[in-house]
Design a binder for this molecule. Structure first.
Ligand SMILES: [Zn+2]
Length: 111
């Protein structure tokens, strides 16, 4: 079924998916992406609504410890969440890395 655009709602938030008018765009991210699932790279332009902007800025302010705690909470609250075999995932990434991405140790820096 064809969708008629409501006047001015020709933009969208690429996180929550809500339609936006130009003046409601609260944040814009422009740059390059790496899709590790589809194994491709490209350029991207993502617009966000104000709610998604606030959430992402909060995540940017938090450190890795907060991220680990959040993950543990999710795993605790959702025992059906599949466990990740990190050693196997890392081996597969290294063996099939199409981007030439090197870990810091590979470049002679880091730990
Ligand atoms: Zn949004």
């Amino acid at each position: 079924m064809p969708i008629t655009l409501t006047k001015g709602l020709d933009q969208k938030c690429y996180d929550c998916g809500i339609a936006l008018n130009q003046l409601e765009i609260a944040y814009e991210i422009r740059g390059e992406f790496v899709d590790y699932i589809e194994r491709k790279t490209g350029t991207i332009n993502i617009t966000l609504c104000s709610g998604c902007r606030e959430r992402i800025i909060e995540y940017l302010k938090k450190d890795q410890g907060d991220a680990i705690l959040k993950r543990k909470e999710l795993e605790r609250d959702n025992p059906r969440m599949p466990a990740v075999d990190y050693a196997e995932a890392e081996k597969e990434f290294i063996d099939n890395n199409p981007f030439g991405v090197k870990y810091p140790d590979d470049a002679g820096v880091g730990m």
